[in-house]
Write a protein that binds this ligand. Structure first.
Ligand code: NAP
Length: 436
């Protein structure tokens, strides 16, 4: 019997578990461990609440969790309740699938002012992540600034601009729904430090901005290169996104809210007396290497809320080699060292879609299979050893059937038309399970 521990129950963790479960069948036991009592990571806490069809992928993960050779072990924080070294002594392989839950920093003056949030904080707030549910983003001013030109910036701008009707059917949590109901935000400026040809926004997500009830995108045609330059774009998705931006530039926004694209614009300072009031922006141009360079020309944008959507990093964990530059675990093709692996964003950094994690997880499972053939003897204590350790430390782990109880309670509490009303605190979840 072989024993595998996967740390993290997001997409990367589940695809790796799926691959290992298939490869080893009854010759392995796989524990998917999460620090939260509930599974799914990015699917539950990152994917936008109005993108329910994407969240349906969790149905596939359920099948994995319910397989005889797989367990979900929630409410166990690795690096805290149990060390990585202890885990390695109990399991034949440990796979780090911890994602990238920390915001990358802007590194500019004023970043610490109240009203400036990173996207992990803001998205975590509206998605009910227990770490972020307590934020109170200021929505009492008219102007919001969103920094970054990726899909997360689009998610944030869209959620800030939708009506409550448009959020029907979403699983946005009650505190965010109520706060958005009272929101006075009338315009959102998306600050992109490079130009329309350098965006990281995909066409489907960008296209959604053209169909909002009371908001529309505003794009300045003067910021585009000549139209023939689009022909040179090799990435067809990018070419489509640029086409959408050009369409937006050709239609003046006539709705009550605007989502304004400000290209060649980088924030250099955030100012305000005790809270954010404005962002000082510098015009940029792109140099020969494709990087944004400041021109020295500055202007200010009023802002009562700033959300920086410039990427994420994985926090280091004791006992796991770390790549400080990349903000992820140091690894070669998923191998950190013998018996210790990384998958997903913890391996590659925060890029790619949910589907990207499937080949990633399968590849690392293949490396494990090559290193320890199915049927070979492991001799480690596995899950039984972990359970004994948790008992001795008075840690109440949650299982998949506990998650099913939480899920049923969330579905029962849903507002009309919504799939669920998420519990947003760990202690509330544990109380429901009788653990507190
Ligand atoms: P991202 O795609 O890497 O975009 C980050 C953006 O931030 C880039 O435009 C980048 O500009 C900009 N940026 C970085 N540092 C900056 C700085 N110091 N100042 C100003 N701008 C800065 O990251 P993301 O939006 O967080 O998305 C993460 C991943 O999740 C992506 O692969 C994304 O596609 C995926 N995702 C997908 C969906 C979906 O499919 N619906 C939804 C959300 C996220 P430069 O290009 O100039 O560096």
């Amino acid at each position: 019997m072989r024993h595998f521990a996967i740390v993290g129950s997001g997409p990367a963790g589940f695809y790796t578990a799926e691959a290992l479960a298939k490869a080893y069948g009854d010759a392995a036991r796989i524990d998917i461990i999460d620090r939260l009592p509930v599974p799914y990571g990015l699917i539950r806490f990152g994917v936008a609440p109005d993108h329910q069809s994407i969240k349906k992928v969790a149905l596939r993960y359920d099948k994995v969790a319910e397989a005889d050779n797989v367990r979900f072990v929630g409410n166990v924080s690795i690096g805290d309740a149990v060390s990585v070294a202890e885990l390695r002594s109990l399991y034949d392989a440990v796979i780090m699938a911890t994602g990238a839950p920390h915001d990358r920093r802007l590194g500019i003056e004023g970043e610490e002012l109240p009203g400036v949030l990173g996207s992990a904080e803001f998205v975590g707030w509206y998605n009910g992540h227990p770490d972020h549910a307590g934020h109170a983003p200021p929505l009492d001013g008219e102007h919001a600034v969103v920094i970054g030109a990726g899909n997360v910036a689009l998610d944030v701008a869209r959620i800030l601009s939708k009506t409550l009707d448009e959020l029907e059917g979403s699983d946005i949590v009650a505190h965010a729904y109520d706060a958005l109901a009272a929101s006075r935000v009338r315009d959102v400026t998306i600050l992109a430090r490079r130009g329309p040809h350098q965006i990281a926004m995909t066409p489907k997500e960008l296209g959604e901005l053209g169909h909002l009830e009371i908001a529309c995108p505003e794009v300045d045609a003067a910021e585009f290169p000549p139209p023939e330059a689009d022909d040179a774009l090799e990435d067809r998705g990018l070419a489509k996104s640029v086409g959408l931006l050009r369409d937006y530039a050709g239609q003046p926004c006539d709705k009550e809210r605007a989502i304004r694209f400000d290209f060649f614009a980088r924030p250099v300072r955030i100012e305000g007396a005790g809270k954010v009031e404005r962002v000082i922006v510098e015009r940029t141009r792109i140099d020969d290497t494709g990087r944004a360079r400041g021109t020295g020309e500055e202007y200010e944008l009023p802002a009562s809320l700033v959300v920086s959507c410039i990427g994420y990093s994985s926090p280091p964990i004791e006992g796991v080699a770390y790549d400080h530059r990349g903000g992820r675990f140091a690894n070669e093709g998923g191998v950190i060292e013998e018996g210790l692996y990384a998958v997903g964003w913890a391996r590659r950094g925060p890029t790619g879609t949910i589907g990207t994690n499937r080949p990633d997880g399968y590849e690392v499972a293949g490396l494990i299979e090559a290193a320890m053939a199915p049927g070979s003897e492991g001799g480690k204590a596995g899950g039984e050893g972990l359970d004994a350790l948790l008992d001795a430390r008075d840690v109440h782990a949650t299982g998949f059937s506990d998650w099913r109880k939480i899920e049923a309670a969330e579905e029962a509490a849903a507002r009309a038309g919504a799939p669920r009303e998420k519990m947003v605190s760990t202690s509330e979840m544990l109380r429901l399970l009788g653990h507190e």
